[in-house]
Design a protein around this ligand. Structure first.
Ligand code: PHE
Length: 342
């Protein structure tokens, strides 16, 4: 009987040590510890023994029972903790994932531009989004009655200045910071100016009232058109690859002379013609030109000594091309399903 008890004890402990889940534990409990289990059977057979033996073995059997019950309880506790049903923390489980934010694709393109121009010795500047009529138009060679004002649908702000005139507007372009930069830093100057701009547009898949530009300004002595062309060529190659070509076509901007539109080889079809470049092989991406003497003057510089080049990229358009985004309104609508792709 003693032997039987010891054997049962050893067997039980051996099997208990292998327990991995609560189903296994339950089976073990049924087999050994329940009322019909092996231990109870031994206890029941005690009544057939002599009084002396009954006492001795009974005591032993009781001790074994207590030991097995307490070992069993210990193990169920461990297994419960592991499956975290008890609400306790299992420090061996891998940690939960902390959700991370995403950069807007426009920010990504802006940072890429900044990297390119910092490597070319440009400083990064910014300027006010609420701008004066003077900086946004007049100083850029667009006087109050000039028809070129109609080229930009402007949000005027309903606030009069000290002379009783409406003077504030949401800037329609980053170009006013050209003037601010010249006034503040003088010449020579190399500046890249990313920023948010606003136009009173009827929005659709290609037009948005709030959008981003990045302006470039380089002022020095003897700056000429070939400087502009080679600079934009380098930028195009860094943005779209080594084989990218640039073509420049005349375009009127009042603050540059001559003014032009820069177009790059379509990087999607390598200039073969596709839906994105409307089968022309070229992508119209940058407005540019040599800084108009009137603009240099407004910036406080002498146009007989200094000349300059300026350009403006539309960041929304760049990001749309680069990431194959088909609706400009996606950038501002805060939809996580869109943003989380970048
Ligand atoms: N500011 C112009 C626009 O918004 C772009 C531009 C910048 C053109 C600098 C020439 C030089 O369309």
């Amino acid at each position: 009987m003693k032997e039987k008890l010891n054997k049962l004890r050893d067997e039980f402990l051996e099997q208990l040590a292998q327990a991995k889940d609560s189903d296994y534990l339950h089976e073990l409990e049924l087999k050994y510890l329940s009322r019909k289990g092996e231990l109870s059977q031994i206890m029941r057979s005690l009544k057939d023994l002599s009084l002396d033996l009954r006492q001795e073995i009974g005591e032993l059997a009781n001790n074994v029972k207590l030991e097995l019950q307490s070992k069993f309880a210990e193990m169920s506790q461990t297994i419960n903790n592991y499956s975290n049903k008890s609400g306790k923390i299992d420090i061996t489980l891998p940690g939960g994932r902390i959700p991370q934010g995403h950069l807007n694709p426009i920010t990504l393109v802006q940072q890429e531009m900044e990297d390119i121009f910092i490597s070319l010795g440009f400083k990064i500047l910014d300027g006010p989004e609420l701008e004066s009529d003077y900086y946004n138009f007049t100083a850029l060679n667009i006087p109050p009655t000039h028809p070129a004002r109609d080229m930009q649908d402007t949000f005027y702000v309903d606030l009069k200045n000290k002379d009783g005139q409406y003077d504030l507007l949401m800037r329609t372009q980053t170009s006013p910071v050209q003037i601010r930069a010249m006034q503040k830093y003088g010449a020579p100057l190399r500046a890249l100016i990313p920023g948010r701009c606003f136009r009173s547009e009827a929005t659709d898949a290609r037009h948005e009232h709030t959008f981003y530009q990045v302006e470039g300004l380089l002022i020095d002595k003897n700056i000429n058109f070939s400087n502009l062309k080679s600079l934009l060529e380098i930028v195009g190659q860094k943005l779209f690859g080594q084989n990218t070509k640039l073509r420049m076509r005349p375009k009127f901007f009042p603050f540059v002379e001559p003014g032009n539109n820069g177009e790059y080889t379509c990087f999607l079809c390598q200039g073969q013609g596709c839906r994105v470049c409307k089968y022309t092989g070229w992508l119209e991406i940058v407005g540019a030109g040599l800084v108009h003497p009137a603009v240099l003057k407004a910036g406080g510089l002498n146009p007989d000594i200094y000349s300059g080049l300026a350009f403006g990229f539309g960041l929304n358009r760049l990001a749309m091309l680069k990431y194959n985004i088909n609706d400009v309104r996606l950038f501002n609508n805060g939809d996580l399903k869109f943003l989380e792709q970048f």
